[in-house]
Design a protein. Structure first.
Lengths: 356, 356
DNA sequence: GTTAGCTTCGTGAACGTTCACGTTCGTAGA
DNA sequence: TCTACGAACGTGAACGTTCACGAAGCTAAC
């Protein structure tokens, strides 16, 4: 008679049921279950055995209520399907687990949900949130009240903490490398309908250069790339696609057809760059001889592609570590919410493999 | 004075603090916060405003205690770095969220932790667990007591539910395809030190065929492949590697050097298959002309490789759906724990792209 | 003026656990 | 015999909510 097949599924057993069955008090059961001293060993064993038989599981709610909050952290992720995010999440989960925190995860990439929806869903169950929210920092922090929110890759707004990336530095690295290798017809493939931080109307640049179909520049990454390209007076074109490899492949295919003179492509992220590599192969272009391709993110996937992808790489484990340590400081009171110490900026480095 | 920068971080405000500040009772605050009827609209607004100012957040413990358990599901994952698992997790998270469940995730791939460690870590905080445990079904179910455990790709043991894959069918599909395309020197690359279900000593086959370095066959997938290869009397060799693309690349490199006659390679999973593709390119082999490569899993990555990877594909969203629906039935009492209805078997299909 | 009924709000109890004490019992030392 | 003390175990209170009631107060109908 296993504990699984026996019981009435009705009411779960409480500590009182175990106490009654063992003929002892609540407190003795507590002592037995939690390895506390002041209990005879034979009693402890008897109680534990009985608890097992009754299928007793201590209520996490009662326990939390009396012992004070264990730390539970929400993790809001736009899309687990993009390898960037699991790599980041993996690091966060590892370090959080090491601290004894639990991670409650929400992938809001389905069903038209937003980063704010994710935070709303997580809020009742967590003491803090870390997440790529795509532009809801203020509202999300409001939903969390005093509990710290750490936003990544987004204007911090009212968020307690933030981790950002220096896209100007990154864009300079990539653009200058393309120019130094004599690429003169450069294209930038931006993500559209992006969950990534948008440009606000006031800092959106109406003077974007010529483009090949699609809508305008819509990400801060794109803005940084555009700025750098303009700065060094290089002619360039803009294309956009949804943030998937497939969409990027189609868009880049059109680019290579419309503008065969293109000899360098900068791409919003590595996943889309993989699509561009495919499109180049489709078009019979040799990479990097005919056209260089540079991605962004530094996901492990890049090394497996053919040719291996050159990219503006982030150390994703480092990003996760920064987020967790920042949250740690915030929770411990060592870092003041919204202070400069709570605003981190990380840099990309240019990893040259085969594609550029 | 934002709510973030003001408060003493000492004691979080309770419902009584808000009630006192508003000059009303607990219950009125409850009504205001939870959108319940029977409260004047002006009172509701005043209370909500006050709650916001005080940084009041309802205690999830007190709430859970009185309202009964909201469903919180643990998700134990061996390695978020392998694209297989995020794809699966994404599906689970989506469907769980749709049901209003939360997902508490643990990636136990770091620091020498096991699937059992993951369950132990999750157990105090969840009502059920879904996971790839790598052989701890019995102990994990014991740790969970009456709460359902759903194990994937593992001998169910005492677990309430399980989802398995018909590797014999899958192996037949792949092996027969290789034979039909006249591959006569086939190699199988197995994962060693795997977190995947091991062969027990009694069903481990001591008569494995010749091998190229490494240890013996150690996964049920490998067993199925070996059985099918033996069944159709095809000479074959076995190699093993750690479950990463890099290790697979090295191992396959050695294979192509030692046994250049190899004209077909079956690989434990797609990630390792990506490494094999790299090794083939390193060795100057054309795929599939000189050597065919077939992976296993059907992760999206496969389509981005060059050549595109042929694979024994699982519909990973379907796997996630099966797990969530099975758990749903278990929690609702519609499916009996440990019953046949709680043991699902899914099948692979052979997706032929370019590599075979 | 009485009654009924609605709206608005308050109070005891309960959820299941742990904490901080108490109590009981037995044993050893004087 | 009395006292002291430790081991083993028990009891009231508290954690912060919501639920099920009950109590006001006001309005409207007769």
């Amino acid at each position: 008679m296993s504990p699984i097949t026996s019981g009435r599924p009705a009411k779960p057993a409480t500590i009182l049921d175990v106490a009654a069955a063992a003929g002892v008090s609540r407190q003795t059961v507590t002592r037995a279950m939690n390895g506390m001293p002041g209990i005879k060993e034979s009693t402890r064993e008897r109680v534990q055995e009985l608890a097992r038989e009754l299928g007793y599981t201590p209520s996490r709610f009662a326990k939390g209520l009396v012992q004070g909050s264990r730390t539970s952290v929400g993790l809001a992720i736009p899309d687990l399907t993009n390898p960037y995010f699991p790599a980041f999440a993996s690091s966060v989960v590892e370090l959080a687990t090491r601290r004894g925190w639990q991670i409650v995860v929400d992938d809001y990439g389905h069903g038209g949900r937003s980063g704010l929806d994710a935070v709303d869903h997580l809020a009742p169950h967590v003491d803090a949130v870390i997440g790529y929210l795509g532009g809801y920092a203020d509202q999300a922090q409001a939903a969390l009240g005093r509990r710290p929110l750490i936003v990544l890759d987004e204007i911090p707004g009212g968020a307690a903490g933030s981790i950002n990336f220096d896209y100007n530095q990154a864009a300079k690295l990539a653009v200058d490398h393309l120019r130094h290798t004599n690429r003169v017809r450069i294209a930038y493939l931006d993500a559209c309908e992006s969950r990534h931080p948008g440009l606000t109307p006031e800092n959106q640049d109406p003077m974007v250069p010529s483009r090949v179909g699609g809508s305008g520049l819509c990400t801060v990454r794109g803005k940084a790339v555009a700025d750098r390209l303009d700065q060094i007076r290089t002619p360039w074109s803009l294309i956009t696609a949804e943030e998937t490899a497939g969409a990027a492949r189609v868009a880049a295919g059109a680019l290579f057809q419309d503008r065969p003179e293109t000899d360098g492509v900068l791409v919003f992220n590595d996943l889309m760059a993989a699509g561009v590599l495919k499109a180049a192969a489709d078009a019979g272009l040799r990479v990097p001889e005919d056209c260089a391709v540079v991605g962004m993110d530094g996901i492990p996937l890049g090394e497996l592609l053919t040719p291996e992808l050159s990219t503006l790489a982030l150390d994703l484990r480092e990003v996760g570590r920064a987020a967790v340590e920042l949250l740690d400081g915030l929770l411990a009171g060592a870092i003041a919410p919204g202070s400069d110490a709570a605003r981190l900026t990380l840099e990309h480095r240019l990893v040259l493999r085969e594609s550029a």
